[in-house]
Design a protein around this ligand. Structure first.
Ligand SMILES: NC(=O)c1ccc[n+]([C@@H]2O[C@H](COP(=O)([O-])OP(=O)(O)OC[C@H]3O[C@@H](n4cnc5c(N)ncnc54)[C@H](OP(=O)(O)O)[C@@H]3O)[C@@H](O)[C@H]2O)c1
Length: 251
């Protein structure tokens, strides 16, 4: 699978899953925009690592939940590579507090909806014009297995990630005729920097219920995202891909 000459924007790719997805795209020959909100040092590191391995990447700061920032991000990305964005991965997330129904407020729900719905909407509206013109595009929304699990004390996050499913299917229906596919990838528990040290032992209760009997690795998620972005996946749209060792089924 190659992505030569494709411009890829991965939101929130200065660390965590986004970083691994950005690195995977760069290895496939994509021109990668490493987006971040706060930590320029992390983003610099990702760009340097990609360049050291012979890949192409730039970093661009933007709050992807803010309309003016999103417009500037897309303009700057197109300017930097002298071509429009071909592949959009809506991955960025803010804090995800676990809250009981007693504790949770509408603002807590909105905080999550800003990342799962508002940001993908703003970005998709900004990039779809050129994708339509090119009759080619890939939009990949990062959801979560929590949609299938319905975790208690997490309804703010579960609700927002559930929206990704209907949104993805609706956009797929609307954009399919232009050669644009829209899919969602739902990771299982995949420890990244923010989770600190997590071993299979410390996560035994979780791992025990996973058919494949292990935690997710960022590479597991990046591989699925890369496949969906590839030419090989041109007839796959509107789908929900659970990448969680079989922990959930369907959407
Ligand atoms: N890891 C898991 O176990 C897991 C499981 C299921 C689903 N997911 C989903 O996978 C995605 C990535 O999660 P993660 O665990 O990799 O997250 P993470 O490690 O916390 O990384 C979040 C990224 O988003 C950026 N970011 C935060 N606020 C932003 C904003 N307003 N605008 C632009 N970028 C912003 C951060 O940049 P700064 O550091 O500069 O703020 C960082 O690069 C999320 O959608 C998450 O819900 C993750």
């Amino acid at each position: 699978m190659t992505l030569t000459n494709k411009v890829v924007l991965v939101t929130g790719s200065s660390k965590g899953l986004g970083k691994c997805i950005a690195q995977k795209f760069a290895k496939m020959g994509g021109k990668v925009i490493v987006n971040y909100a706060n930590n320029a040092e992390n983003a610099n590191r990702v760009v340097e690592e990609i360049k050291n391995e012979g890949g192409e990447a730039i970093k661009l700061q933007a709050d992807v939940t803010d309309e003016a920032d999103v417009q500037k991000l897309v303009r700057n990305a197109e300017h930097a590579f002298s071509q429009p964005i071909d592949i959009l991965v809506n991955n960025a997330t803010g804090p995800q507090p676990e809250l009981s129904l007693e504790e949770v407020t509408w603002e807590d729900y909105l905080d999550q909806l800003h990342f799962s719905v508002k940001s993908p909407l703003l970005l998709t509206k900004e990039v779809m014009g050129s994708m339509k013109e090119n009759q080619w595009g890939r939009i990949i929304n990062i959801g979560s297995e929590v949609v299938g699990l319905g975790n208690s004390h997490f309804s703010n996050y579960v609700t927002a990630k559930s929206s990704v499913i209907g949104m993805t299917r609706s956009w797929a229906n609307e954009l399919g005729e232009y050669g644009i596919t829209v899919n969602a990838v739902h990771p299982g528990f995949t420890p990244v920097e923010r989770h600190g040290e997590v071993t299979e032992e410390s996560a035994r209760d979780y791992v025990d219920q996973v058919p494949m009997k292990r935690l997710g690795k960022p590479e597991d998620i990046a591989s699925m995202v890369a496949y969906l972005a590839s030419e090989e996946a041109s007839f796959i749209t509107g789908q929900n891909m659970n990448v969680n060792g079989g922990n959930t089924f369907g959407s």
